[in-house]
Design a protein around this ligand. Structure first.
Ligand code: VGL
Ligand code: ZN
Length: 199
């Protein structure tokens, strides 16, 4: 069986000093690099938003970061502006071994729809192409690491399990945003979907 390491959004904006910094986000980089050799394939995801993206609080007058809004596809957390296409904040953390990656999947480029998952945008319908890529390579077993545990790692893991992959999340190589109980909810949701939480 062919396996892949999926490295979620290890980008400057999610690391300390970044626009949407995740506490300890940079602590996982060395450990992720060290695990890359254990896999047949390494795939990176990269959050990649145009200016004025609908997930930014700045796009909604009177709204502040971390408030909720109802989008056409359901409730959405509003974020500070982050991971602007081509910006330093959207670049991978300098220490990440990006040379080892076979594939980089960008997501969140649709101005109207956020995309936490590496597989589908938040409408749960629009595909990124990752599933097709994994299928044609015969990859059936996935290990997920990266940022943030309760958003992009969670959504990617649950989608992957629904698509029929055997999914493990190495929680020692993830860090969470954890707003309003989001980490506990994500942990329950991943377990319920059949995701193995390691660490
Ligand atoms: C993420 C919030 C907004 C993530 C991305 O990578 O978990 N979270 N965009
Ligand atoms: Zn984002």
């Amino acid at each position: 069986m062919t396996n892949a390491l999926i490295v979620i959004d290890v980008q400057n904006d999610f690391c300390p000093g970044g626009a949407l910094a995740v506490s300890g986000g940079d602590e996982i980089v060395a450990g992720i690099n060290a695990r890359m050799a254990d896999f047949d394939a390494v795939i990176l995801t990269q959050d990649w938003h145009p200016a004025g993206h609908s997930s930014f609080a700045s796009s909604h007058p009177g709204k502040a970061p971390m408030e909720m809004i109802d989008m056409a596809y359901g409730p959405q957390v509003l974020w500070p502006d982050h991971c602007l296409q081509g910006s330093a904040g959207a670049a991978f953390h300098d220490g990440l071994d990006t040379d080892r990656a076979d594939m980089i999947v960008r997501k969140g480029y649709n101005p109207q729809i956020d995309s936490y998952s590496g597989f589908f945008e938040n409408d749960q319908t629009t595909p990124t192409g990752l599933h097709g890529y994994l299928q044609v390579r015969g990859i059936e077993t996935l290990t997920l690491v990266g940022l943030a545990t309760d958003f992009c790692v969670n959504f990617t893991a649950v989608d992957a399990a629904k698509l029929g992959y055997a999914v493990t999340v190495d929680t020692t190589l993830c860090r969470a945003i954890d707003i309003g109980g989001s980490l506990a909810a994500a942990t329950d949701g991943m377990r319920a979907a059949g995701v193995i939480l390691e660490g």
